[in-house]
Design a binder for this molecule. Structure first.
Ligand code: GLY
Length: 421
């Protein structure tokens, strides 16, 4: 079959690596892709939000399936346009995508369908948001309502910092995404990421992982899109997985279908395991980045039939996925300055080294210059991943690979997986 994969980050490189290993694939194209993905597929320079261009490309290559990586493509309406063109698509409609594209929508959705989440206030102005802080205890959680590439969340220990974050958002730091702000109760507990597939009616849990959100070791520094992941994560006991499935996953899929937007694709449930059970932190309408990387390393089953079954309404015919008993770790190497202003253009050497078994380097934000030199082109630049018989072995292998790469402008956390170790 012919597949078009949309996106250009580390998540998409991990998906490309796994899709390319499928014996079902005849032609495999990614748009726009990244230099690392060139090892797995043909790259075509169509942006992830160029809906007309992507529908045209899907027709040109006679795609049997389009796989949407990033939320920006969901929000741009790619799933809807592909459905209108009669092309099978793994990825939800823009209406269902509101579960990620508007935090205010999701909070109201949780109220409507009884999903457990934190107390909140939706604020339309800085003055309203500052007054709303009175109703919350520190630390204050301030979120831009819209899509902000994982950078729209501030956890402020002090009120002055919370007010500054509110001013920043309404001052335009996140563009239109910050025109509305959601203030949330801070949840105590352990955070986790669980994934579930849905084909519009049937659903299936599809793995879990734990991410490190803060930029620096010891959970210090600003929130990021994620600095490293590991899977399996001990927080996900069978009891917790079952609670998340029945209290969050199934009500979410039933609710969004009742709203008239049956879900096709993967739903990423970011949750806090609290002493009162799991509570929703947020939904994302795509695989996590960098959670996807460790899931793909541990997934023994062929991914393609699952993506296709979601697109074609046949998920009930699929067996549960098979996961390796091994652990996987992903270390994000970011450009210095991330998540603020990352150093641009730093040279990277050594990513094509012959790493050992189970070590993989995914590109997340790279480009080749006119001379073919690999350079940083984003905040999160590389995802250095490894598998091992134990989490410690996987982590040691991942850091050995990090140390073999020469990227003077980069940094990474050195404590990925500390909670489980
Ligand atoms: N790692 C969190 C995210 O993908 O948003």
């Amino acid at each position: 079959m012919n597949i078009l994969l949309v996106g250009s980050g580390g998540r998409e490189h991990a998906l490309a690596w796994k899709i390319a290993a499928s014996p079902l694939v005849t032609r495999f194209v990614a748009a726009p892709g990244n230099p690392g993905m060139a090892a797995q597929c043909e790259l075509r320079g169509v942006a992830a939000t160029d809906v007309a261009g992507l529908v045209g490309l899907a027709k040109e290559i006679a795609a049997d399936l389009v796989v949407i990586g990033p939320e920006t493509a969901v929000d741009a309406g790619l799933g809807d346009a592909l459905a209108a063109a009669g092309i099978a698509c793994f990825g939800p409609s823009a209406q269902a995508g509101q579960l990620e594209s508007s935090k205010a929508f999701t909070k109201a959705f949780c109220d409507r369908y009884g999903l457990p989440t934190s107390a909140y206030a939706v604020c339309e102005s800085a003055a309203e948001a500052k007054t709303a802080l009175d109703r919350f205890e520190p630390p204050y959680v301030i979120k831009a309502d819209g899509l902000a590439a994982g950078k729209g969340v501030v956890i402020a220990p002090e009120r002055a910092e919370a007010e500054a974050a509110i001013d920043d958002a309404f001052g335009g730091r996140f563009g239109a995404a910050g025109a509305r702000v959601v203030i949330e109760e801070f949840l105590e507990g352990e955070i986790g990421s669980l994934f579930a597939l849905c084909d519009g009616k049937d659903s299936m849990v599809f793995g879990w992982a734990q991410d490190h959100k803060r930029a620096f070791d010891g959970e210090q520094g600003p929130n990021t899109g994620g600095m490293g992941t590991y899977s399996p994560a001990p927080v996900f006991t069978p009891e917790l997985v079952e609670q998340v499935r029945t209290r969050l996953v199934e009500p979410a899929f039933a609710g969004i279908a009742a709203d008239g937007a049956p879900y096709r694709g993967v739903l990423f449930v970011e949750l806090m395991a609290t002493k009162h059970g799991p509570k929703l932190v947020e939904f994302n309408v795509r695989f996590g980045d960098p959670e996807c990387q460790v899931l793909m390393l541990r997934l023994e089953s062929d991914l393609v039939p699952y993506l296709q079954a979601c697109a074609e309404g046949r998920l009930s015919q699929m067996p549960p996925p098979v996961w390796s008993d091994e652990s996987a770790v992903c270390v994000v190497v970011a450009a210095k300055g991330y998540p603020g202003t990352p150093a641009a253009g730093g040279e990277i050497r050594g990513t094509e080294a012959n790493f050992g078994a189970g070590q993989v380097v995914f590109h997340a934000g790279t480009k080749r210059d006119a001379e073919g030199v690999l350079r940083a082109a984003g905040g999160r630049v590389l995802n250095v991943c490894a598998r091992g018989a134990t989490l410690r072995e996987a982590r040691d292998r991942a850091y050995a690979a990090v140390d073999a790469i020469d990227f003077a402008d980069g940094f990474c956390r050195r404590d990925i997986g500390w909670r489980a170790l």
